[in-house]
Every structure is written in C-alpha cells, then in structure tokens.
Design a protein around this ligand. Structure first.
Ligand code: ADP
Ligand code: MG
Length: 339
C-alpha cells in the first residue's frame, strides 16, 4: 500500500537517509525501530510530506505522491509531543483541520463525536482544555485529530516516550487494540525494542539511515540478520570462536562466522548432571517471576534466564548441566557481506 523506493533525504548537505526501500501493506502495523538519530523521524516526515525528498519515489495505493502536498497525502500524523493547541479544548483540537477545510458545523459535530467514540473520550473530556488533561487523554486527542480527515494512513512518532512506564504499558495495549479494531494502516516509530516487538506485524530496524532488516517480531528477535539487530533487539551472550571451543560447541557448521550470540532465555540449566556441558552458577539475581544466573563454563561466563519454576532449586555454587540448542545460536561474520 505504501512504497518507499530508493528514497533519499538530505538536510542541506547532510544525507540523513541515503537510499531507503520498503513497503507497508494495507492494515499493517509497521514499526520503524532504531536508536536515536538513525533517521526514524526523518522517514516519517518524508512520508507525511513535511520533508522534501532528494531522490526516489514514495507511492500510496500505486499513486506517486512524492511531490504531493501534506494536505493532499491522506497521512495523519501524531507527533512525539502531540503538538496540541494548548489554549483550545479537546473538541477544538480535533475539529481544527475540519474547520480549516470549511466543513459545516453539523458535519464537524458529527465527525468529532464519531472520533471521540473511537478513542474513548467522553463529552465532558471533549469540553476540557487540553492543557488540563492527562498524558493519556492528550494522546487520545492527538490520535482523534490525526484521524479527523479520514486519512488512509496513521503515523505516530514515539507517542509513548514522554509518559511514565506504567501508563506506557497500558497505552500501548490501547493503541494495538485500536489499530486492530479499525484495521488502520499504521507506521509507528519507536526506539523501544519491547514496544516494537509487542505492537508490530512487521518491524524495520534502522542502523544509521539504513535498514538492516525488515521482518516479523519473531524473525527480528530469533533470526536477527545482522549483529547490530541481534544486540539492539534484546539481550544476548556474546561468544568468540575461542569461547565456543572452551565450552565444547563445534563451530564447523557455521561457515565463516566468527561471532556467536545466544539469548539468555535459550540457555537451559539443570541440576541433573547428564548434559555435555557442565558449568557453575556464580551469581543469581532473583526477580520473582524469573531469575538471571551467571554461569561459568571452563572460564567462559554467560547469562541464563530461567523462569520461576526452575529458579528456587538452583543456587550460587551449584554445578549444573547447560543445554544449548544449535538452532538458537545466532552467528555473524566480520566480513562485510554484499547483498
Ligand atoms: P531519529 O528520529 O531516529 O532519532 P532523525 O530522523 O531525527 O532521527 O535524525 C536523523 C539524522 O538527521 C540525525 O543525524 C540528525 O542529527 C539529523 N537531523 C535531523 N533533523 C535535522 C535537521 N532539521 N537539520 C539537520 N540535521 C537533522
Ligand atoms: Mg525521532
């Protein structure tokens, strides 16, 4: 539905996005994920039409919209800080774009009521000045405003980053349910890995203006294509070729790879000494539902994550069998691959 083909974006002489290609399907929750400064906002602004591109083609529904103005793009944007008009009520904020378009009073009233119902704002809340609203309510207003003109696409730039952890968790569920319920095509930006994994149908991982991988949350997490993606998306134990040898893991099957990663929850521990790899527990951090163990195997240290079931009978100083499935080992090469 949305296609970015060889898009380039510059700020004066600085090339923020050299050559970006991806597509988003209708009704998809598509997330741009990456560390600060990698080009997420730039990409979103290019899509919404706030930034001119210096190369490539953006199309929506097979129509080239590269040079179409912001107002005609049918992309609704929720900004990072919401950018609501602070002296206006929620109603006036949501109605703003419709007023500019000179829609009738009756139409505006009806449309705002419809939107308020979608984002679950009451009449009382609609009459409130937005500066007297909570972060969560302001976000609902921002979403309703972005949807007022019935855009084909909703884009959101780190909409949860200014909120406290608890609210963030509850609102991200709301966003997900809302997107599913109305089948909205969503392009969402975040630097938060967990948020991306939990919300998305597909994730595009940015690494300095380029995409390292586009895939489902499972593909990104369990089959990270590059070392950058592997480390960015979650915890992983790093093992060199030498470490692999010390542990007793054969590296022959990994072609030319010289760097290996294993996620902590993929390392199983057991007190029954029937495994091939024997290690010692050197520390334990207990969190209730789960625990992190640091294990030493022949001088190689790594972390293992175990659920509470396994946690209470494993203690510091215990000798344990360590089980690692070869398929769970992510391997990379220092050589630059040309693909
Ligand atoms: P992100 O949203 O992923 O944090 P941005 O898209 O904001 O990243 O920025 C990408 C790169 O472009 C960064 O190096 C940033 O410094 C640069 N950049 C962003 N906005 C501007 C601007 N208005 N002028 C010049 N450089 C900019
Ligand atoms: Mg940004």
């Amino acid at each position: 539905m949305i296609t970015f083909k060889n898009i380039q974006v510059k700020y004066d002489n600085f090339v923020a996005i050299p050559d970006l290609t991806f597509d988003v399907k209708e009704g998809e929750f598509f997330t741009l994920l990456g560390p600060s400064g990698c080009g997420k906002t730039t990409t979103l602004r290019a899509l919404a039409g706030f930034l001119k591109t210096s190369g490539g083609v953006i199309s929506i529904d097979n129509k080239d919209i590269t040079d179409v103005s912001v107002h005609e793009r049918q992309v609704g944007m929720v900004f990072q800080s919401y950018a609501l008009f602070p002296s206006m009520t929620a109603f006036e904020n949501i109605a703003f774009g419709l007023k500019v378009e000179k829609k009738s009073k009756d139409y505006i009233k009806e449309r705002v009521a419809e939107l308020a119902q979608m984002v679950e704002l009451t009449d009382e809340q609609l009459a409130k000045n937005v500066s007297n609203m909570s972060g969560g309510q302001q976000q609902r207003v921002a979403i309703a405003r972005a949807l007022a003109k019935k855009p084909k696409i909703l884009v959101m730039d780190e909409p949860l980053s200014n909120l406290d952890a608890k609210l963030r968790k509850s609102l991200r569920k709301d966003i997900r349910n809302f997107q599913r319920k109305y089948g909205i095509t969503m392009v969402y930006v975040t630097h938060d890995q967990e948020e991306a994994l939990m919300l998305s149908d597909r994730i595009a991982v940015f690494n300095r203006g380029k995409l390292d991988q586009i895939g489902t949350p499972d593909e990104i997490y369990n089959h990270s294509k590059t070392e950058f993606v592997c480390k960015f998306i979650g915890d992983a134990n790093y093992l060199s070729v030498r470490d692999m040898g010390s542990i007793g893991l054969n590296t022959n099957r990994f072609d030319n790879s010289n760097k290996f990663y294993i996620r902590p929850e993929k390392i199983y521990l057991s007190k029954e000494k029937r495994g091939l790899i024997i290690g010692k527990i050197i520390s334990k951090e207990f969190y209730g539902m789960y625990a992190y163990y640091k294990i030493d195997v022949n001088g190689v240290e790594f972390q293992s994550f175990q659920s509470e079931n396994n946690a209470d009978d494993l203690a510091v100083g215990d000798d344990v069998s360590v089980f690692i499935n070869f398929d769970d080992i992510l391997s990379y090469s220092d050589e630059v691959k040309s693909d």
